[in-house]
Design a protein around this ligand. Structure first.
Ligand code: FVH
Length: 299
């Protein structure tokens, strides 16, 4: 162990993978005084980190043996296994923290493989862009070896103030990751649809921005708690608006888009879900009721 300039003990870390995200992770560690070893397949990417005080490892074996905590941030899980397999004999007793994006299944398989090597394994998901790494709002999910998380929580907190352990199931960070990304894509898809529509009358995205933000903040976000309760209880009220009402409203959107010569690709899947649920006899339910179609895709 080493100490930072304030005399606090800091854990040496290795960061393997110095893309945009891995470089930001390594920079956060060097910035907080952690002895930081870096490795990247293309060695040139180590240079800016070395200037900030990191040590470049010439080989993966040198990288993983340099620190008790080894952070991996590569393009995908296949790359992770490709990097670690040749150095498997060096992994026993180390804490591997895999911040590479993937599926829950990949996370669980990699955790099982790491256990076979005697490594302690945390899988994680970064809910932040590189510029947010190291900020108090940076959200990082982890799961797996709870003792390893507790031991190294302060070190991991260097990467983001909002650092959470979700439990023993290594697949949960990836599950939360793709769920939240799915929300982002749907919300932004709706926004892009709206901009295309108002743009057909010459209204710029900038001019429409104030209304888009207000709509999300004051109408859409406040609906979430009620929808959450209804989906958990599987009891669907129509306090806000029924599926019948939404069917007519989304038909107006599709009709208007066609009349304005604008694609309605973002709205069509939602329209199909609303019509399907009504056909099942649930037209008096609210929008939360659509979750039943996703819970039972063949229904
Ligand atoms: N950038 C972001 O905003 C997102 C935020 C959320 C989380 N993601 C995930 O983080 C992983 C890395 O993302 P990245 O942005 O750093 O990606 P790149 O800049 O493309 O860097 C990729 C690094 O992976 C190395 N690499 C790829 N394949 C291999 C391989 N077979 N063997 C060894 N290394 C490999 C690559 O090396 P090089 O091309 O520089 O030699 C980079 O270091 C990712 O899972 C995101 O989903 C980021």
């Amino acid at each position: 162990m080493s100490t930072d300039p304030t005399g606090t003990t800091v854990t040496p870390v290795t960061v393997a993978g110095l893309g945009l995200m891995g470089s930001a992770l390594a920079a956060a560690f060097t910035g907080q005084g952690h002895p930081t070893t870096v490795w990247n397949r293309t060695p040139a990417k180590c240079a800016p980190l070395v200037e900030q005080g990191a040590t470049a490892a010439g080989t993966v074996a040198d990288a993983v043996t340099a620190s008790p905590v080894v952070i991996l941030c590569l393009s995908d899980y296949e790359a992770v296994r490709g990097v670690l397999e040749p150095v498997r004999e060096h992994l026993a007793g180390r804490v591997l923290v895999n911040l590479t994006s993937g599926t829950p299944q990949e996370a669980r398989e990699t955790a099982a493989w790491a256990a076979e090597q005697g490594a302690r394994y945390l899988d994680g998901a970064i809910m932040a862009i590189p510029q947010l790494v190291g900020s108090p709002d940076g959200l990082f999910f982890y799961a797996g070896d709870a003792e390893a998380f507790t031991t190294h929580e302060q070190t991991l907190r260097v990467l983001g103030g909002n650092t959470l352990h979700l439990g023993a199931d290594h697949g949960l960070p990836s599950l939360y990751d793709v769920a939240l990304l799915g929300m982002m894509w749907s919300a932004l898809g709706g926004y892009i649809q709206a901009v295309a529509l108002v743009g057909s009358e010459g209204i710029s995205a900038q001019d429409f921005l104030a209304f888009s933000g207000q709509w999300l903040d004051h109408v859409v976000s406040p609906m979430l708690p009620d929808l959450a309760r209804e989906m958990d209880e599987r009891a669907y009220g129509d306090d806000t608006s029924s599926l019948h009402v939404n069917k007519d409203a989304i038909a107006h959107l599709v009709e208007t888009g066609r009349a304005q010569g604008v694609g309605t690709d973002m709205a069509l899947p939602m329209q199909a879900l609303i019509e399907r649920r009504i056909a099942q006899g649930h037209g008096s339910d609210g929008l939360a009721s659509l979750v039943e179609l996703l819970r039972n895709p063949s229904s």
